[in-house]
Design a protein around this ligand. Structure first.
Ligand SMILES: [Zn+2]
Length: 239
């Protein structure tokens, strides 16, 4: 029982693990029996974030992206993910992942991103199968009204753009490009798209705001912190 149990139940109630994609790997990737006083929240555990994390005494790490993703038969020294995994086990630090289950969770990655734009929403649905959001706003907006809310890395703005329907997808929105077009969205806000996705959207006069994969997802760390705030544990976001 204890804090680990409470943390896991908050995360699992919010974003049930069995709602993750079948190709994904989520859940408790490294278990620990130690008492949990300090938790770190990261989008990804890699050699860079580990560099920061190891300077503090975290007992447990919650990450959006998995550390253990593809199955492996041995643990070596060359692969960066194996290097980090060794460190976690050596220091007995627990590691939990909430990935595609958090993407599609209510109040998950895309919902939290959507909130940043303070849209006056009158109607909303998923783009497809629980992923992304497609919202209609109460009155047409100009891209100038919302492009300052979150830093934009790249954008496409068709002539005479009037935005009534906005599609949003935190992280990579590549796989939903055609759905966004089919739904008749006027603007697609997402973290990441390929060149050909951008071209397809441009040809259909759909405006695009590209935020960067990391930047579009980072807001969810604040949401995780708020969800765990009532627990008697220190929680830091490590970006
Ligand atoms: Zn992601």
């Amino acid at each position: 029982m204890g804090i680990k149990h409470d943390v896991l139940s908050v995360m699992r109630n919010w974003a049930p693990e069995d709602t993750a994609e079948s190709w994904d790997n989520v859940g408790l990737q490294v278990d620990t029996l130690r008492d949990i006083d300090r938790i770190a929240l990261v989008l990804e555990l890699n050699l860079d974030t580990w560099d920061v994390l190891q300077q503090y005494n975290y007992d447990f790490i919650i990450s959006h992206h998995p550390l253990i993703f593809k199955p492996f038969r041995s643990v070596g020294y060359d692969d960066w993910s194996h290097q980090v995994l060794r460190e976690l086990i050596k220091k007995d630090i627990g590691f939990y992942v909430s990935h595609t289950n958090l993407d599609r969770a209510s109040d998950g990655v895309t919902d939290v991103l959507m909130r940043q734009f303070e849209l006056d929403i009158i109607e909303q649905t998923d783009i497809v199968n629980g992923y992304g959001k497609l919202v209609s706003v109460s009155k047409p907006i100009d891209i100038i009204d919302i492009e300052d809310k979150v830093p934009v890395l790249a954008k496409i703005v068709p002539d005479q753009l009037e935005i009534q329907k906005v599609a949003l997808c935190g992280g990579s929105g590549k796989s939903f490009t055609q759905d966004v077009i089919d739904h008749g969205a006027d603007l697609y806000i997402t973290g990441e798209l390929g060149y050909h996705d951008m071209q397809a959207l441009r040809q259909q006069k759909v405006a695009v705001m590209l935020l960067g994969h990391y930047q579009s997802e980072a807001f969810v760390l604040d949401a995780i912190q708020q969800r765990l705030d009532h627990l008697d544990v220190d929680i830091d976001i490590v970006k």
